[in-house]
Design a protein around this ligand. Structure first.
Ligand code: SAH
Ligand code: DHB
Ligand code: MG
Length: 220
């Protein structure tokens, strides 16, 4: 990919025109960087796209895997009706504490519950809750096929599952890349190739967060 591609500048242009009046991303990003969280939050345009997807689907119950500092959670929670609920799962207590502060400061604390622990341990405890309408998977990539299976268990037909980091700078098609993250991502694609339970596609995303992609699946 050409390093001179103006992705960040284009993102700035899009944000300037389309995000006027939105809370600036920097409020949460700055808090996260000040707390030394890695800069792997979704980009502003991706956060707002998640917000729009939640509104378009009329989702009332959202599950997120991978909270970090709560940037994507805040965008999605802001799309919920007043009685809506978002459960977000985070491995790191430190990340969860930063996220809780950001989520409360954004005024969506009443709708959001952060569950701290490895997602594979928290997910089995969520089965007693009503099913989720919308799932955003953005935790560790090696486990992404397991997370997708859990998302299917915890949703209903008509629900939507979005998975971040499904392109990884094109590494999905680079046979030389064989780390556990990319193996997890490829395994999900191989799973979905023969899976009639969902209708799915993926869009490549570029911008301030580099070159990656969102997979979107509709539960049939
Ligand atoms: N969705 C966030 C970014 C998430 S970054 C946003 O856009 O703002 C990925 C997060 O997943 C990190 O905070 C990391 O600590 C968390 N994580 C990693 N492994 C995990 C696991 N096994 N269970 C739950 N969370 C995990
Ligand atoms: C990275 C990016 C992400 O969006 C994420 O969820 C995890 C890791 C990364 O660039 O390393
Ligand atoms: Mg991500």
């Amino acid at each position: 990919m050409p390093p001179q591609a103006p992705w960040p500048q284009v993102e700035e242009y899009l944000v300037k025109h389309l995000h006027a009046g939105d809370p600036p991303a920097s409020t949460v990003y700055d808090a996260n960087r000040a707390a030394d969280l890695p800069a792997i939050d979704v980009a502003p345009t991706e956060g707002k796209m998640l917000h729009l997807m939640v509104r378009m689907t009329g989702a009332r119950r959202i599950l997120e895997l991978g909270t970090l500092g709560g940037y994507s959670a805040i965008w999605m929670a802001k799309a919920l009706p007043p009685d809506g609920r978002l459960v977000t799962v985070e491995l790191s207590m430190k990340h969860a504490e930063v996220a809780l502060r950001n989520i409360n400061a954004a005024g969506v604390g009443a709708k959001v519950e952060i569950k701290v622990g490895p997602a594979l341990e928290v997910l089995p405890t969520l089965g007693s809750e009503p099913p989720f309408d919308f799932v955003f998977i953005d935790a560790d990539k090696a486990n992404v096929p397991h997370y997708f299976e859990w998302a299917l268990k915890l949703t209903h037909p008509g629900a939507v599952i979005v998975v971040d980091n499904m392109v990884r700078g094109g590494a999905i098609v680079d046979a030389a890349v064989q780390d556990e993250h990319i193996l997890g991502v490829r395994k999900l694609y191989e799973m979905l190739a023969a899976d009639r339970r969902v209708t799915a596609t993926a869009l490549q995303t570029v911008g301030s967060k580099g070159y990656d992609g969102f997979l979107t699946a509709y539960v049939n």
